[in-house]
Design a protein around this ligand. Structure first.
Ligand code: UD1
Length: 414
């Protein structure tokens, strides 16, 4: 529940990155030794990943005060990721590569329909087959077996983040060299590669479109600190750009946010970048900015909804184009309930900025759509009530306390 109108002031800290934590938790399957992780965000998706691993026999020891989690996959009691967990979190597919690589067997539920699009996993399957895995699909499950995966040259048909991560993890234990072409360049892929290299993997080129992995016989334990969440960071920046004020966002990695920073500066915000923090101010008028999502280093699809909220109250008309997912504009209807003037043509939103939004009851439809509604609620006149905030809890740690510490009127109702 939010009451709009307050300027945001103060300091806010960024948590560890959800999209780095999820593959890195799954990387624990690659070694019998402990993997000691810090800066692990306290999120529903991370809890789901942990449950998924524990169900297979991975032991987990958490120190929540330190955001630390140590995982150990000494032996496994099962190799199955069941539908009940996979359907709540598509990233569960990330156990596929590690399981086949180390244990020669994996049974992973197909993710099934997802609110933001079809999101198939054909690239993950195609790549593992090229590495010698035998894969069949029956009763909604992917069954994969392999005695030992073999290195291969793999050209992805499109840029896929979890596809790149899954195959990169599998290739660490393969026999020979694997080269991934048209690989995802997202910073979370690089963070995973750092963790795997600390475990003894031989990966070069992560962060570029060509990643080379020289397979090794086994990996060992390691300690790794999860990178800062660039989407949470960007969400705070967008919130301040929309609501106005002066905020220092710390524990961040500004280098991973260039496309987002550029757009918010174009929209009228002043942003000072330091090594691991950003100061954002917005006092003057907000201007419309066109946005077109693209794989990294382009503008992230995970920030598209938040920029739509910013544009909703900016001067002028913006064209916001989603190119990664085919159905990621469901927040438009909800923004319209708050008084936004948005025309939707397929995956293109034409946003005519209005002077003010007005509070209303709205419904979160997916994770980033819920962040967009929070931003809209921060600036809408009167009260906004967001339903289905479990979406928010999948990817934002204590967002209501972080924003209320900045002066926002926001609280969790029951
Ligand atoms: C990851 C992120 C998600 C982000 C997305 C795009 C995680 C846990 N999630 O999702 O937050 O929004 O990247 O930056 O890191 N595709 C196929 N076949 C495949 C794989 C993908 O057709 O085998 C398509 C998808 O349908 C989609 C596009 O490729 O249209 C990109 O998807 P992908 O990068 O795989 O997204 P995720 O890794 O699931």
């Amino acid at each position: 529940m939010l009451t709009g109108g307050a300027l945001l002031h103060g300091v806010v800290g960024v948590s560890g990155a959800k999209n780095a934590a999820l593959p890195i938790l799954c990387a624990s399957l690659l070694t019998p030794d402990p993997l000691a992780l810090t800066n692990v965000p306290d999120l529903r998706d991370v809890a789901t990943a942990r449950r998924l691993l524990e169900k297979m026999g991975v032991t987990a020891e958490a120190d929540p005060a330190r955001h630390a989690l140590t995982l150990q996959a000494r032996t496994l009691t099962g190799h199955t990721a069941s539908y009940d967990l996979v359907k709540t979190m598509r990233a569960s597919i990330l156990v596929l590569g590690p399981l086949v690589a180390r244990f020669g067997e994996a049974v992973v539920s197909l993710p099934g329909g997802c609110a933001i699009g079809v999101r198939p996993v054909d690239q993950h399957i195609k790549a593992l087959e090229a590495m010698g895995a035998a894969i069949s699909i029956a009763h909604g499950y992917i069954h994969a077996t392999a005695s030992r995966l073999k290195g291969a040259r793999i050209l992805f048909d499109m840029v896929t983040v979890t596809g790149t991560e899954n195959v990169m993890m599998a290739a660490t234990l393969a026999d020979g060299v694997t080269v991934l072409e048209n690989a995802a360049r997202e910073p979370e892929v690089t963070d995973l590669a750092h963790c795997l290299n600390a475990m003894g993997a031989k990966i070069t080129g992560a962060g570029t479109a060509e990643i080379r992995i020289e397979g090794v016989a086994s990996l060992h334990g390691a300690a790794h600190r999860i990178m800062p969440d660039r989407i949470e960071t960007g969400t705070f920046l967008a919130a301040v750009a929309a609501a106005g004020g002066d905020v220092l966002v710390r524990d961040a990695d500004p280098a991973t946010l260039v496309a987002v920073i550029d757009k918010l500066v174009e929209a009228g915000a002043t942003i000072d970048v330091a090594a691991d923090s950003l100061r954002i101010r917005r006092q003057g008028p907000l201007r419309s900015v066109n946005v077109r999502t693209a794989p990294y280093p382009g503008f992230p699809t995970d920030m598209q909804a938040q920029l739509l909220a910013v544009n909703a109250i900016a001067q002028g008309t913006a064209v916001v184009t989603e190119t990664i997912f085919e159905n990621r504009m469901m927040h438009v209807q909800e923004l319209q309930r708050l008084g936004a003037n948005i025309e939707l043509e397929g995956n293109v939103a034409i946003v005519k900025g209005v002077l003010r939004l007005t509070g209303a009851a709205v419904m979160a439809t997916d994770l980033r759509a819920s962040a967009c509604l929070v931003i809209a609620g921060l600036v809408a006149e009167g009260e906004t009530v967001i339903d289905r905030i479990y979406h928010l809890d999948r990817g934002y740690e204590r967002i209501e306390s972080k924003l209320s510490a900045l002066g926002a009127s926001i609280r969790r109702a029951a």
